[in-house]
Design a protein. Sequence first.
Length: 482
Amino acid sequence: MGAAAEVCEVVRIYWPLLLGNILEWYEFAIFSFLEPYFQTNFFHDSAISTWLGFACTFVARPFGGLFIGLLGDVFGRKISAFVSIFGMLIGTVGQGIVPSYRCGDFAGHVGFALLIALRILQGIATGGEIAAVSTYITEVGSQRVLARSMALLGITCSVGVFLAQLASYLVVAVFGEQATSEWAWRLPFLAAIIPGLISARGRHAMPESKIFLDQNARKNIGLETASGSLRGVAGRLHAVLKSHSAALTLGTLSVAGTAMLSYGGYAWGLIYLHKHGASQASLILAGTIGRAAAILLAPLVGWLADTRGVAWNQFFGSCMLALAGIPFFLAVVRSPDVFEVVVFAFGLGYGVLLAFNSMVLPLHVVELFPASVRNVGVGTSYNIGMCLFGGFAPALFELSLRVSPLFPGVLLSLSGLIPALAILVSLRLQARGLLRLAHIRPAPYFGRLKPCKECQTDLSCVDAGCPMQDTGTIHASSIQLS
């Protein structure tokens, strides 16, 4: 079977995961694109307060990654994916029906409390979603095209964000600014119910990950009783915190560039440009070109990660962001009302950066953890990174304007340096035998750099546990190496 056919097979069987991932990013992005209307209806015209309301979802993400991740490691990837889609659906649709201060002070206070509660629920569900879906795709996809299969998540992310941007502009175009401010802003949230239910139905019929089933069969995990389940949860939580603290730290830092670029450079940047004279036509075209560039580059990025290594790809993308963050933002801030600058510097430029930083990022984080604690490890580290570097990025960018109009560009460049340096340090730690970086596919990982000596000489180390760490017990016969 060719590489393209193997990727298509993943899409055919696991399309409910991809549809749910589109919904996840749509739900997260729609709030940012409708930020001016939330600012008016719930946050008393305070932009910083509105972005802090946006951030509360990210604060909840690590708890969702931990809780739903534990569910996935103990009860199965399928269950965690099913729980996460319903949480996202309730949190999103609910935001479309809460009362605002237009309904009176008392109703506004109630609506504000409900809005925050629903955004927290959405954050918990989304925190579990990324762990469940990325782990699922990694464990069921072919090793030969592992990164190209994972790039499907990056593609669906770009589709979800673009649909959110399109929905927000269509609402304004169809109903007008006043009607959108009064009630029509609710429609994009309510529209999520149909794809959400379709995804939930499809996930119910998906097969469980064979790696998870084999792992439980070999470990004889007692899921038949409540006490056995609790022991399984406690054991995995203890294992990931004690034996994988370095991997958790690396996973958190690896997210910095993508998180800052997505929620600071792109989501906050769209609102910034709109407030500083950019036309709706230029913003829509910039969003279209940016997301199209990311999607079209996804196969190339996946191929590079499959041939050169996922860490090599992430290092390359992080260096690109570190070098381009300041000049790209400088071009935009100097000419926010110039059509060509918005379309090419903001749209195309950020799209290319997004492709090389985010398309296979989940694989980089998934590789850090063995199967026994993979869901909870990915869910915790990835979402802590998203919380720290993504959730607070819009508010931080807004505040940084008080220091200098160019400071958001400085933050973007710094966000590229963080994962680049983290990768270099992690390679040094692996060379000293202090950290294992690849639990699924030891090579290629970082160009021609060889994996740890134990993984070179003992293939049972793959997804089974390296002598340098207390990891899982999956034997090499349960996977395929290219």
